[in-house]
Each structure stands twice: as structure tokens, then as C-alpha cells.
Design a protein around this ligand. Structure first.
Ligand code: CP3
Length: 351
């Protein structure tokens, strides 16, 4: 059994009793923190930062120095896998992620290999090991990956997109090629997450940022089934503890029952549904993570405290709630407002 000073997050994920609601924040290490911007400048670029284990660990721990957070999340990106497949990830200033090579046809898909996480992605595993060493058991470390569908959107669009016409076009025009791509990605993600767990990740999360733009039928066929396959292939215990798996489909509120049936431990919720409704629908099966609108952090301290209190009251009695935002924190948020949020969760969450 690993010595953890604060295991509230792991306990809540398993719906075990907790003294108060645990909280962490998607993108908690990021540009809203001046100390992050300083370390990133020292590293050179975002990818240089991800590839330097000591600096990646430094930025992972920065938000824990400021706030009483109950979990750390590996500093990396979901696009490391397509990069390791040879697509050449880079970040153009102000434009978000871009790929030098784009997947446009079946031949491109056929040429892709499945990366060995301890070879092409060894820098990620080194970061996991270094962060675990530096955390010294303060809080658990969450590892993560993108979902196959979400990774495919970036690989086919070549970066971020407005209407996702290329990737949805390929799905309808050559579904077999899309399935081949998703199969290769599901195999890659399974190996990648298991390697993170072997390196020391104590929980994992699958980010399906773009699953919500599918139809109910295509969501199941092109996103959910591949996530289910990944979950079935994951190592679910390490260091004598269960490894919780969180599934987050942004915009997936109408599919919670199907998501809860994948064998995951918890569901991430965005802010478009009430957490009490989600709890009624799936709360006996899974823990729930979320779900404050990130833009509440542009409001006053009183507004933030009220919203936190409302969400915690809406979840109601019992364990199984991990407080978070419904999506990543914005870069223009005042860092002081995050302290208001984290402290309010622990205050209002007392059982
Ligand atoms: O949460 C954390 O603190 C851990 C680190 C993390 C990052 N990206 C760091 C990052 C995590 C978990 C991610 C996941 C990720 N990356 C997702 C899924 C979650 C989501 O937000 O929906 C997606 C879609 C990506 C792809 C990606 N990476 C985009 C679209 C961008 C640009 C975002 C922007 O606001 O410009 C990135 C870059 C990125 N990933 C940054 C960080 C801190 C900003 C890079 C910088 O320093 O300039």
C-alpha cells in the first residue's frame, strides 16, 4: 500500500467516505499562472517543457504550492500520441496545435504504427516517474490520454477545427478507414495509459473533448466503443490500490448511461447538466466529477462561493463527488479566484 498523505480524491472516486469534497482543476498547470509562464519561457516551447522531466514536474507542482488541491495531473498533452506516430506536432503562436503531416486518406492510415510508450513516448513516462518522486505522497497523480475519436479529429483536421468537416467527412465517406485509424489509436492509448500506470500514475482520465459533436449513433460507433475497449484493457490495480478511470465526453450529457456502462469508475461532466440529474441517472454506478462553468471564475469571490455551494448542495448526500470545472480553466483567469474556489469546495463539502 502506497503511503499517501491525502487520498480524498481516490476515496471519492471509489465512493468511499471522505471528510470533505476533493477538488482538482482541469488545466490547473497552465498559462493563467505567472510561474507557469516563467518556466515555459525557460524551457523554450510547450513541447520542450513536456519533454523535460524536471521542468514538467516543476509546473505540475506549481498549482499545489498555491492551492490546497487534492490531486496532481501529469503535465503533458493528449497530442503526444499522434506526434509519436510521426505527424510532427507543433504549436503556432496564438493558433493552438498543428501537425506537419495530416491524415487525408486510407493509405495514410495504413502507414501509421502503434508507438511503444517506453520508446517514442519515454519522455512522458520519465515525467510521470519524476513527478511521483517530487510529490512525495502529498496527493495522487492523475495520468491521461485523449480518446481515439478526439485524437483522430486533430490528425485529420491538422489542428483545431470549426466544423470538423474533414474528420466527419472521412467517417461518412470511408468508415472502414476511420475504424482502422480508431483501432490503431485505441491500441496506442491502451499501451500508453498502462505505461503511465506502471510508471506511477494513480488514476487515469480519458479526454473525449470532441465526442459531443457526433450523433447518438456515431458517438457509440466511433467514440464510445473504442473508449470501452481501452477501459477493458487497462491495468486496474497498482501499489495495492485500485486505479480509478474517469471518462469525460464534453457535450456527452445525454449519453451518461451508456458511458457509465463502459466499466469506468467515474464520469466527468461539463456544465450543461445538473449534477443532481446525473446522479439520479448513473450515481449508483459511477462517481461524478465536475461541473462548474469555467467562466464563473471571471465573477466575484461571492459569485464563485455561491456557485460552489450550489453545486455541492445539488450533488447532495454521500460520497462520489470530485469537484472540478466542466472544462479547462481559461488563461485569463485571476489566480486569486482559484484559491476562492478551492477553499470554498473544502468548506462547503464537509460531510
Ligand atoms: O490539466 C493539466 O494541467 C494537465 C495538462 C494538460 C494540457 N493539455 C496542457 C496544455 C492536459 C490534461 C491537456 C489535455 C488536452 N490537450 C486536451 C483535452 C482537454 C481539453 O481541454 O479539452 C486537448 C483537446 C488538448 C489539445 C491542446 N493542447 C490544445 C487545443 C491546446 C491549445 C490550447 C490553448 O488554449 O491554446 C494545447 C496546448 C496546451 N496543453 C497548453 C497546456 C498548458 C497551453 C500551451 C502553452 O503553454 O502555450
Amino acid at each position: 500500500m502506497v503511503e499517501l498523505k491525502n487520498d480524498r480524491f481516490l476515496r471519492a472516486m471509489l465512493k468511499q467516505p471522505v471528510d470533505t469534497t476533493p477538488v482538482w482543476i482541469m488545466r490547473q498547470a497552465g498559462r493563467y499562472l505567472p510561474e507557469y509562464r516563467a518556466t515555459r519561457a525557460k524551457a523554450g516551447s510547450f513541447m520542450d517543457l513536456c519533454m523535460n522531466a524536471d521542468l514538467a514536474s516543476e509546473v505540475t507542482l506549481q498549482p499545489l504550492e498555491r492551492y490546497d488541491l487534492d490531486a496532481a495531473i501529469l503535465f503533458s498533452d493528449i497530442l503526444t500520441i499522434p506526434d509519436a506516430m510521426g505527424l510532427g506536432l507543433y504549436f503556432a503562436e496564438g493558433e493552438g496545435p498543428r501537425f506537419k503531416k495530416v491524415i487525408t486518406k486510407r493509405k495514410d492510415v495504413e502507414a501509421l504504427g502503434v508507438p511503444d510508450p517506453e520508446q517514442e513516448l519515454s519522455y512522458v513516462m520519465n515525467a510521470v516517474r519524476t513527478i511521483r518522486r517530487d510529490l512525495k505522497g502529498r496527493v495522487p497523480l492523475i495520468g491521461f490520454s485523449g480518446s481515439p475519436w478526439t485524437l483522430a479529429t486533430y490528425m485529420v483536421e491538422g489542428g483545431s477545427s470549426k466544423d470538423f468537416g474533414r474528420v466527419k467527412g472521412m467517417m461518412y465517406d470511408d468508415p472502414a478507414a476511420m475504424h482502422l485509424l480508431l483501432e490503431k489509436l485505441a491500441d496506442s492509448v491502451t499501451l500508453y495509459l498502462n505505461a503511465q500506470i506502471a510508471a506511477g500514475a494513480q488514476a487515469v482520465m480519458i479526454f473525449d473533448t470532441w465526442g459531443g459533436l457526433l450523433t447518438p449513433k456515431t458517438y457509440k460507433e466511433f467514440s464510445l466503443d473504442y473508449m470501452q475497449r481501452i477501459i477493458s484493457g487497462l491495468q486496474r490495480e497498482a501499489e495495492g490500490r485500485e486505479i480509478p478511470v474517469t471518462l469525460f465526453t464534453k457535450g456527452g450529457g445525454q449519453w451518461l448511461e451508456a458511458m457509465a456502462d463502459t466499466g469506468c469508475t467515474g464520469l466527468g461532466l461539463d456544465w450543461t447538466i445538473n449534477i443532481s440529474d446525473a446522479k439520479k441517472r448513473v450515481g449508483d454506478k459511477v462517481a461524478l466529477q465536475g461541473n462548474m462553468d469555467p467562466c464563473v471564475l471571471y465573477g466575484s469571490a461571492d459569485t464563485i462561493r455561491q456557485q460552489v455551494s450550489d453545486i455541492i448542495a445539488d450533488f447532495g448526500e454521500g460520497s462520489g463527488h470530485v469537484f472540478n470545472l466542466g472544462h479547462g480553466i481559461h488563461q485569463h483567469i485571476d489566480p486569486d479566484n482559484v484559491k476562492v474556489l478551492v477553499d470554498a469546495v473544502h468548506e462547503f463539502g464537509q460531510q
